[in-house]
Design a protein around this ligand. Structure first.
Ligand code: SF4
Length: 142
């Protein structure tokens, strides 16, 4: 199986601790985190992905907003610059220990967080990074 993720969720998965917009959203995301931790590949997609799924019928759904598309563009560019591999739609990524370690190091020093600008969750994600990613649910070592 393959987990479909839009580019900025390559960042969000680094700090997911089981919190989110709705119960359905977090329950779905917890299942995705378990799949990623078990080593399932990521297929980078354009627009709403497997994480967005439960939000698509919610009032005020933002998954198709230009601001979110811009977040994807920024995330894609940052990940590509860091890892030297494609991270736009169609790219395949293995979320192994090396990937997560390099991504979390860069997330922690802020160098790949251009996509996080104006995100309402930014204080939470910053705190998680500052804690050494304590309690995160995507972890290749599990
Ligand atoms: S601050 Fe927002 S965009 Fe950045 S990782 Fe956290 S949830 Fe994702």
């Amino acid at each position: 199986m393959t987990v479909r993720l839009r580019p900025h969720h390559l960042l969000c998965m680094l700090t997911f601790v089981g919190k989110g917009y709705t119960a359905a959203f977090t329950e779905n995301y917890i299942r995705i985190a378990a799949r990623l931790s078990a080593g399932e590949d990521i297929l980078v997609v354009e627009g709403p992905d497997d994480v967005c799924g439960p939000m698509l019928d919610e009032p005020g759904m933002h998954c198709l907003n230009d601001s979110v598309t811009d977040r994807d563009i920024r995330a894609s560019a940052a990940v590509e610059a860091l890892l030297g591999v494609a991270a736009n739609a169609g790219a395949q990524i293995v979320p192994d220990a090396d990937f997560l370690e390099r991504m979390r190091a860069a997330f922690g020093d802020g160098s790949i967080r251009q996509a996080c600008q104006r995100c309402e969750w930014s204080p939470l994600c910053t705190g998680i990074a500052d804690s050494g990613f304590s309690g995160v649910l995507v972890d290749a070592a599990r």
